[in-house]
Design a protein around this ligand. Structure first.
Ligand code: PMP
Length: 446
């Protein structure tokens, strides 16, 4: 039967259905999880210059040598323009794939360029891996909390997320073992464990060296794949890069990397390193999604890697982010009420802060935005409504002075909330209330 065309938009003052209503029945079931939350609107206010945004995870690329990048791109257009502006291989540029293997060697990975698939940022790699492995109702295990952009992908593919506890050393092996056993005993299929082992987004913690073999062993024993998402691995403040999970296990691990944080996110170049057989399916999925990843971006990244001291540039990024981390942690130490808790990240972009008991980060956000400071409430990073007492604070983008000012404003709001609770004895919102909506706020997705 032919579909009924959508009814026209009702005129001004009309009482009929809106234009959107008439499409609702047509959407695929998978779009049911694609809902904007009520805090999205707040973030349009939060992007105003007077607001200190501790919300977004935008890399601070102000230190990039634009003249060098400009020259490399100029040269690229002059010498290889017709290739750079043409369709390319679905798997990605062969030379870039070799260079990607050099980058991964810093984390102990001996990968082959044939097993690398270039993607439109590692975000697309999460999407493609989920697309080839997950049917509706399959289970993916994620840390608690987990990356909001990955949770969005899992939701879109109608995957059930099971969260597993983390502590200051990362994913807790006993909790992972228990969760896997529990899900499998219920007869459900776990397709992979999605983990961010280094400088976690949003939790700021890293998986300890001791736990890495244990996590791999648990997954091997249970025959569950690991999806290792590692965009921040080279951004540690003190240590050499940690050995990747993929460095010690090539058959059960799909590794994801990105140039977004070590070079620039605008090129949208990331990659997956997969077991050989999986690589084949990923390329087919990539071809059906985009035909090929953008040639121009790949060649620009490739020539940057060739013509510039990219490791020196990463060192500079690390220094800059360390200075900002220090500014945030010092400000929190100086000003936060004693009952609040936070971690001190050793790399990456994020601090995870838990408010004094009884406070709700999502409920408090409008007041914070009025006080000209923004953060992402913890509920954004859980698929199941938890996280109301926590928030993610990003220190990557604002200057140290602005970070300090942002924390000062945030502390003002928290103190006000504490006073209000003392005066009126406000009840904690129920778990159901915290569950409403999916907190994926546009540009704050990073
Ligand atoms: N994974 C994690 C953990 C991230 O934090 C991000 C972005 N911030 C991504 C993947 C996606 O990054 P991109 O697509 O820019 O490579």
């Amino acid at each position: 039967m032919p579909a009924t065309p959508p009814s026209p938009r009702p005129g001004r003052g009309g009482t009929g259905s809106t234009r959107l209503d008439s499409y609702v029945d047509r959407y695929a079931a998978r779009t049911a999880g694609m809902t904007a939350s009520e805090i999205r609107a707040l973030f349009s206010v939060a992007s105003r210059p007077e607001v200190v945004s501790l919300a977004g995870g935008m890399p601070n690329i102000s230190g990039l040598p634009l003249d060098v990048v400009g020259q490399a791109i100029d040269e690229l257009v002059r010498s290889h323009g017709t290739t750079a502006m043409q369709y390319g291989s679905g798997q990605g540029d062969p030379h870039l794939r070799e260079q990607i293997c050099d980058v991964m060697r810093l984390e102990g990975i001996e990968g082959h360029p044939d097993d690398v698939v270039v993607t439109v940022g590692s975000q697309q790699a999460v999407d493609l891996v989920t697309r080839i492995f997950c049917d509706p109702g399959d289970v993916v295990i994620c840390e608690a909390p987990s990356y909001v952009g990955a949770l969005g992908v899992f939701k879109a593919y109608q995957v059930d997320v099971v969260h597993v506890e983390m502590d200051e050393h990362g994913l807790v092996p006993s909790a992972l073992r228990e969760a896997i056993a529990h899900v499998q005993a219920a007869g459900r299929r776990i397709k992979f464990v999605y983990t961010i082992p280094n400088y976690h987004n949003p939790a700021g913690v890293s998986l300890s060296r001791e736990r890495r073999p244990e996590i791999l062993e648990i997954c091997r024993e249970a025959d569950v794949l690991v999806l290792e998402d590692n965009p921040y691995g080279l951004l540690g403040f003190d240590d050499e890069p940690s050995r990747a999970l993929r460095a010690d296990e090539s058959e059960h691990v799909i590794y994801l990397g990105s140039f977004s944080k070590t070079f620039a996110p605008g090129f949208r170049v990331g990659w997956a390193l997969a077991p050989h057989a999986v690589r084949e399916k990923l390329v087919l999925a990539q071809e059906s999604a985009t035909l090929c990843p953008p040639s121009f971006s790949q060649m620009a990244v490739s020539s940057y890697l060739t013509s510039h001291d990219w490791l020196g540039q990463i060192k500079q990024f690390r220094e800059m982010y360390r200075e900002r981390r220090d500014a945030m942690v010092e400000a929190l130490d100086d000003m936060m009420p004693a009952a609040a808790r936070w971690n001190v990240p050793t790399g990456g972009f994020y601090v995870w802060l838990t408010l004094p008991p009884g406070l709700d980060a999502k409920a408090m956000l409008p007041r914070a935005v009025t006080a000209r400071v923004a953060y992402v409430p913890g509920t954004a990073f859980f698929a199941d409504g938890f996280g109301a007492q926590s928030m993610r604070l990003s220190y990557c983008y604002p200057t140290p002075e602005r970070i300090r000012e942002g924390v000062r404003r945030l502390v003002g709001v928290i103190e006000e909330e504490l006073e209000l609770r003392e005066t009126f004895g406000a009840a904690l919102p129920s778990r159901e209330a915290a569950r409403s909506g999916y907190d994926a706020p546009g540009s704050e997705l990073a």
